[in-house]
Design a protein around this ligand. Structure first.
Ligand code: DGJ
Length: 720
């Protein structure tokens, strides 16, 4: 693997076992994209740059002479690494910088570069890291202004991934205004692609939808102030013949939790341009002379093995090169969460009962969700008042009870919100977003607290620290229950607010995580409203969805798995009556695994079912699910079944989940497995027999039986 520079032809090559990514500096210093795809050998670059047009080949030079584009680079149609704005390229600009006098033409040309081992982290934003990486940094200069652009490309040894980033330096004295800054651009010389994006809603997150690309622009975006339930900052661009296991696919992701836009543009030249960055709507950022602006990191993934190939690179990147939590690879405690059992309606006595019953069904971490602070008996008050509700609960006693039963204790916060009915709001209404003069939409009776204000970040840090220092707490669930809007009023920096809010949140997370490195943080935003790489940097797991209906979960977890590993997907056995506890447990196992209901109401049989699943969790989850390789076998978006399997990295053990939705009569139904070692023999818990890896992958598990609706199988394979 490596990054190299061919000085004679001014060509950069970034290559590993997965791909070659190649671009060139033209005679005028423009970065011209040449190729990104499966690994290739040497070639004559002119074979890629001769576009066959011999008209409009000239330009008027600054010296007044008409000249020919000798290097074949046309700024309206050639492939670019950092396309210009305000010239002839009309297919979407990655950078728009407004300079003195309102000039917005922006065109960057090469100044210098360096190649080095490793990867620096960003200074204000979460980003990937890694020893097993090499980085190329280029410095470019805007010919219309005094700012410079640092473009970086990081190549990881065993992943089909390039991490991309842009930083703008204002090298002049006058302010400049960034109207748009993208983190990645990819131009491809074809357009015969499909696009898969992951849209949704609260309780319907990450529904995979595949659509053909056609001329014009399609955007996957959020302007909700968070990455959102509605669209996820991840999409796949693939060949028409690509499927889960074969075909060429490119994917794009973003290490950011705020507004984003992934735009895919097919122009009249049939060039496809992908741009990903902060959503330019509501964005305009002033960079003073001598200062810089760091964009969030963008991720590009390439696979010749279809979508599972994309997922393998994404999952390993997230687990090995993104998540910061030092114990993320260790088996996590079986989590019990109080929310769906009692919501806000509890007292010390009832919670002690929950704890005893949770311990009885094998929980190892008891999480007291919303309702423990301020005067929080109803969801219309107290967000912001992070003091224990002593009138309602005795928190010390609750924690002692957990410890006496060998359970850890965790607690819920929603730091970025404030209720108008709170002591904090009464004292400091200016801490809430909005000017207080205009009407503001409440969502779940709450407003957004201004984390762009350092004073607010300090206050939240202090209040949360007081709780985390005062009590023995091993886990924090970090919620965020509304979209952000109506940043009204006189804020001069309106175009900066969304970005500054998320920077403030990251600051708070950073400080807390450094102070409490042993605490396991779980992200949550009304379930999966902020399931993104920015949050995963701080939170090794995220509550995937508030939807705990196990049938809906088949879709939600399947859709989420394209980008995110099972180790990140909060998933619990719930009270939903549609399936037995055992069957719900099988689905919950394909995630972080936890339990969430009123445990006092469980019958003896139900307790035994949960314990049976706990035993599978203990035995297999760490190697097979948490750290193994996931294969999607059957998509519920395309048929009546959902099937996933996960294989330990040493290929010795695997778990297979199969569920159908509608009832089906007997019919041939062989489920071909993936990822096993062809030369190993494995026992399976379905028929108790031993077969070779080749048999399981070529013949499959025999499921040719009558299937009632929602029939669920969990098959364990172990090397015999
Ligand atoms: C939304 C979360 O997704 C739930 O799990 C729960 O924590 C509630 N918020 C609490 O208000």
């Amino acid at each position: 693997m490596g990054i190299s520079y061919d000085e004679q032809n001014s060509i950069f090559r970034l290559e590993n076992d997965f791909f070659s990514y190649i671009f060139q500096i033209t005679e005028k210093g423009i970065l011209r994209h040449l190729y990104f795809g499966g690994r290739i050998g040497e070639f004559d670059p002119s074979s890629l740059t001769d576009l066959g047009w011999d008209w409009s080949r000239t330009y008027l030079d600054a010296d007044g002479a008409e000249k020919i584009y000798a290097d074949n680079y046309y700024n309206d149609r050639s492939l670019a690494e950092a396309a210009s704005h305000g010239l002839m390229d009309k297919s979407g600009a990655p950078f728009i910088v407004k300079k003195k006098g309102g000039v917005t033409a922006t065109s960057f040309v090469y100044e210098s570069h360096r190649i080095y081992n490793g990867k620096p982290e960003l200074s204000t934003l979460p980003s990937t890291h890694g020893e097993n990486a090499q980085t190329l940094e280029l410095i470019l200069k805007d010919i219309y202004g005094e700012e410079k652009l640092l473009l970086s490309y990081t190549l990881f040894e065993n992943l089909g991934v390039i991490a991309r980033n842009s930083v703008i330096f204002n090298c002049g004295k006058e302010d400049i205004v960034l109207e748009k800054i993208c983190s990645l651009e990819l131009d491809l010389p074809e357009s015969n692609f499909d696009l898969i994006h992951f849209h949704g809603d609260w309780c319907l997150e990450r529904f995979a939808e595949r659509k053909p690309l056609s001329n014009g622009n399609f955007s996957v975006a959020s302007n909700m102030g968070r990455s959102s339930h509605e669209e996820n900052p991840f999409a796949i661009l693939c060949a028409k013949n690509a499927d889960e296991f074969s075909g060429e696919a490119y994917a794009f992701s973003f290490v950011y939790s705020g507004n984003f836009r992934l735009s895919v543009n097919v122009d009249k030249w049939r060039r496809t341009r992908v741009l990903m960055g902060i959503n330019e709507e509501d964005f305009s950022y002033t960079v003073r002379g001598g200062e810089k602006f760091e964009a969030p990191e963008g991720i590009i993934v390439y696979s010749r093995e279809g979508f599972n190939g994309i997922s393998h690179s994404m999952h390993d990147l997230i687990r090995d090169n993104l998540i910061k939590f030092k114990n993320a690879k260790s088996l996590r405690p079986v989590l019990f969460n109080s929310w769906e059992g009692c919501y806000l309606d509890f007292d010390t006595q009832s919670i002690l009962g929950y704890i005893e019953n949770a311990a009885d069904i094998g929980a190892e971490l008891f999480v007291l969700d919303d309702g423990w602070f301020g005067r929080r008996d109803t969801d219309s008050r107290s967000l912001g008042d992070w003091f224990v509700a002593d009138y309602k609960i005795n928190l010390k006693k609750i924690i002692e009870k957990c410890h006496s039963l060998n359970m850890k204790f965790g607690i819920w916060f929603e730091p970025e919100m404030i209720n108008p009915d709170s002591d904090l709001y009464r004292a400091r209404p200016d801490y809430a977003l909005g000017d207080g003069k205009h009407e503001r939409t409440l969502s779940r009776h709450q407003l957004v607290i201004d984390t762009a204000n350092d004073e607010v970040v300090d206050l939240l840090f202090e209040r949360m620290s007081a709780i985390l220092d005062g009590y023995d707490i091993d886990y924090v669930k970090w919620d965020h229950n509304r979209n952000i809007g109506e940043i009204t009023g006189s804020r001069a920096e309106y175009g900066e607010t969304y970005h500054r809010l998320i920077l403030g949140t990251y600051k708070l997370l950073d400080r807390l995580q450094k102070k409490y490195p042993d605490i396991l943080f779980e992200g949550c935003a009304s379930g999966g409203g902020r399931f993104d790489l920015g949050m995963l940097y701080y939170h090794p797991q995220i509550w995937t969805s508030d939807e705990t209906d196990p049938v809906q979960r088949l879709f939600i977890q399947y859709g989420t798995s394209y980008a995110y590993p099972l180790s990140a997907m909060g998933s619990h056995i719930s009270k939903n009556p549609i399936m037995s506890y055992k069957d719900k447990g099988k689905i919950a196992l394909f995630g972080t695994y936890g339990i969430e209901m009123n445990p006092c109401l469980l019958t003896r049989e139900e307790r035994d079912e949960v314990k049976e699943i706990n035993a599978v969790y203990k035995k297999y989850h760490r190697d097979v699910i948490l750290n193994g390789d996931l294969y999607r076998l059957r998509s519920p978006f395309e048929g009546n079944y959902m099937s996933l399997m996960s294989v330990s990295k040493d290929r010795n053990k695997a778990l297979v989940l199969f569920a159908n939705i509608l009832k089906e009569n007997n019919r041939y139904r062989f489920l071909k497995l993936q990822g096993l070692d062809r030369n190993k023999k494995y026992s399976n818990s379905l028929d108790g027999k031993i077969y070779g890896g080749d048999y399981y992958m070529q013949v499959g598990l025999n499921l040719s039986v009558w299937l009632d609706e929602f029939k669920t199988y969990l098959v364990v394979l172990e090397e015999a």
